[in-house]
Ligand binder design. Structure first.
Ligand code: GLU
Length: 311
């Protein structure tokens, strides 16, 4: 993996630090079974390592959000006995950090302003392959709306990381991924920027999340490296699907978690994660199920699903 030798703007995570994990839902709607799988696995992995587990609401994109989801998600997580440590983080409150990071990246030559339209990028399947020549002049990056986006320039080289379930994953950053938008034309910060900045700010050491994000990880490792931060330890989870084989998602109108069957939900999620709880556990209160889960947590039982594979 290429290395970048630059000073860190933010405190990097060092391998000797204790385990710090997180669950980071986007408030586009209530949590469903697939979200519970990610919440539970990240919680159990943290607690089985005597670690800290944080809840972060990724409310970066108000037009796509459901205003009631912010509170509802917290209620759903709490109702399942998944009690987060420390103060809840909302990305909508983190703009100062995002802005400072953008400014630093810009000063260190990692960003360029881009006016390319979606249709222009159609022939490359939406990927942006190399800096374009648009010059924004002295436009400050803090302007909310502008007629350009800020993109991270990525090198034409392979970046790899080890995933605890999916093994070695490698992508060519330029050809497979393309230059990444970090701040959109509409003034909103991109997920790719926020997730990296927040993981660094919160000193996260381990990421446990759905395999739909596996192909976002190499670019996130690259951005971490630009900022002088070490790669994290990653574990991606197989995706829960509906009867038609589609990933459960808020877009597919996945059923919200039923808070009248919290124990059954947790029990099903444990089984989905390959764990082998005894049937009688499904009748126990959530605290007993979680205790069992922490004590017996075995990530070697998690089977990768095909949908997490990068082609
Ligand atoms: N907010 C993302 C989602 O709900 C998860 C981001 C992450 O865990 O890195 O899919």
């Amino acid at each position: 993996m290429p290395s970048l030798s630059q000073k860190s703007i933010l405190l990097p995570t060092t391998p000797s630090q204790p385990y710090r994990g997180r669950f980071a839902p986007t408030p586009t709607g209530p949590l469903h079974f697939g979200s519970l799988v990610a919440a539970l696995a990240s919680y159990l992995d943290a607690k089985a390592h005597q670690g800290v587990w944080l809840l972060r609401i990724e409310d970066l994109d108000p037009p796509r959000e459901d205003p009631s989801a912010h509170a509802l998600i917290q209620q759903q997580v709490e109702a399942h006995g998944l009690l987060w440590d420390e103060t809840l983080i909302s990305q909508s409150q983190q703009s100062t950090h995002y802005e400072a990071t953008l400014r630093w990246l810009r000063e260190h030559g990692h960003l360029f302003a881009c006016q390319c339209s979606r249709s222009k990028l159609k022939p490359t399947q939406g990927r942006h392959l190399g800096r374009c020549s648009f010059d924004p002049g002295g436009a400050p990056s803090s302007s909310s709306e502008s007629d350009f986006a800020w993109r991270l320039s990525v090198p034409d080289s392979e970046w790899s990381f080890h995933d605890r379930v999916y093994g070695e994953v490698s992508q060519n950053l330029l050809r497979d991924v393309g230059d990444q938008v970090l701040k959109r034309r509409d003034g909103f910060y991109a997920y790719q920027l926020a997730v990296v900045v927040d993981d660094i700010q919160s000193n996260i050491s381990h990421v446990v999340r759905g395999a739909d994000l596996l192909d976002n990880t190499a670019r996130q490792c690259y951005l971490r490296a630009c900022l002088g931060a070490e790669p994290l330890t990653y574990l991606h989870l197989p995706l829960a699907t509906n009867a038609a084989g589609q990933k459960l998602s808020k877009q597919n109108k996945a059923e919200p978690l039923d808070l009248n069957s919290v124990s059954q939900n947790l029990f099903r999620a444990l089984r989905f994660l390959g764990q082998q709880p005894p049937s009688a556990l499904a009748q126990e209160p959530s605290s007993t199920i979680l205790e069992w889960g922490i004590e017996h947590w075995d990530t070697s039982l998690i089977r990768p699903s095909d949908d997490g594979l990068i082609n």
